[in-house]
Design a protein around this ligand. Structure first.
Ligand SMILES: NC(=O)c1ccc[n+]([C@@H]2O[C@H](COP(=O)([O-])OP(=O)(O)OC[C@H]3O[C@@H](n4cnc5c(N)ncnc54)[C@H](O)[C@@H]3O)[C@@H](O)[C@H]2O)c1
Length: 279
């Protein structure tokens, strides 16, 4: 019987679950951490920046019953991602959900793109997803495999949610590194869905549209992140639902993929874009 049947109103969608969320000190990842804690989940907040990660942990702990810890480190470093998953298991006893949210931009048109910025954006946005999935394998895949062998089926569905982007779907001038990395995450999503499906590890991906975070803040001269204001306004004007997305809009979709509501959904991609990119 699907897990949603018989759910009591006072229960959380993620009661007794443990999640690792990468890049959760700010923006969409932070909103996901808050949404998860509200639904009863214990969360490990990963980021490279200590202060925002500590702030996000405090915000999670302010939610009644919220359990949150911080683990600093880069998803681009496999030693860091191994340690991240081990921290979740050591602190909370297991790992059920992996949210591969960490991402950065370094924008330049193709003929001016440096090796350094190409490598950095691929390392964080694409290799980072792979590193986290491989590091999580003992906790998500191998545990479920032992359950399958012992009891004939895994105990429940474990979840991975990856991130890509509507900018990557349509292509985006100035983002050859970012669009390549993000579409790579679609391939990873479909591959893991097939490799780990029989272990009931569901793997899906969300594509945020234009969402209100520091990645889309008005760019000042000399800024590495952000979007020039004219381009920003033009992008918002193209959104059929008539407004920029908020981090909570994306967190709601991530929550669906992390929760038992999506137990029979895997290998899928969902645009959370106010209709900006259809499909
Ligand atoms: N904001 C948008 O419009 C938009 C659109 C499409 C996709 N996305 C994607 O959504 C995800 C979240 O983006 P956001 O807008 O919330 O950005 P953000 O900059 O607000 O937050 C990203 C977080 O990731 C952290 N981070 C960066 N490099 C890291 C690393 N190597 N290891 C661990 N953490 C690292 C940053 O410190 C930051 O706190 C990203 O994957 C991004 O590419 C965002």
């Amino acid at each position: 019987m699907p897990a949603s049947y018989g759910r009591k109103r006072e229960m959380g969608l993620l009661d007794h679950k443990v999640a690792v969320l990468t890049g959760a000190g700010r923006g969409i990842g932070r909103a996901c951490a808050l949404a998860f804690v509200k639904e009863g989940c214990s969360v490990v907040i990963n980021d490279v920046d200590e202060a925002p990660a500590a702030e996000a942990r405090g915000a999670c702990e302010n939610i009644r019953g919220g359990a949150a810890i911080v683990h600093l480190g880069s998803v681009a470093n496999p030693a860091d991602t191994d340690a991240l998953m081990q921290t979740a298991a050591a602190k909370f006893g297991k790992l059920d959900i992996l949210i591969n949210n960490a991402g950065i931009t370094r924008d330049k048109v193709a003929h001016q793109m440096s090796d350094e910025w190409w490598d950095l954006v691929i390392d964080v946005n694409l290799t980072g997803t792979f590193n986290c999935i491989r590091s999580a394998a003992p906790h998500l895949r191998d545990v479920a495999k032992r359950e399958l062998e012992s009891y004939g089926r895994p105990a429940y569905h474990r979840k991975i949610v990856n991130f890509f982007s509507t900018a990557a779907i349509r292509g985006n001038p100035g983002q050859i590194n970012y669009t390549a990395a993000k579409m790579g995450n679609v391939g990873i999503t479909r591959t893991i869905a097939q490799e780990w499906g029989r272990f009931w590890v569901n793997c899906n991906a969300v594509a945020p549209g234009f969402t209100n975070t520091r990645l889309t803040a008005p760019k000042q001269p000399g800024d590495e992140l952000g979007v020039p204001d004219e381009q920003r306004q033009a992008t918002i004007a193209r959104i059929p639902l008539g407004r920029i997305g908020e981090p909570e809009d994306v967190a709601n979709a991530v929550l669906f993929f992390a929760s038992p509501m999506s137990d029979f959904v895997t290998g899928q991609t969902l645009n959370v874009s106010g209709g900006m990119q259809i499909p």
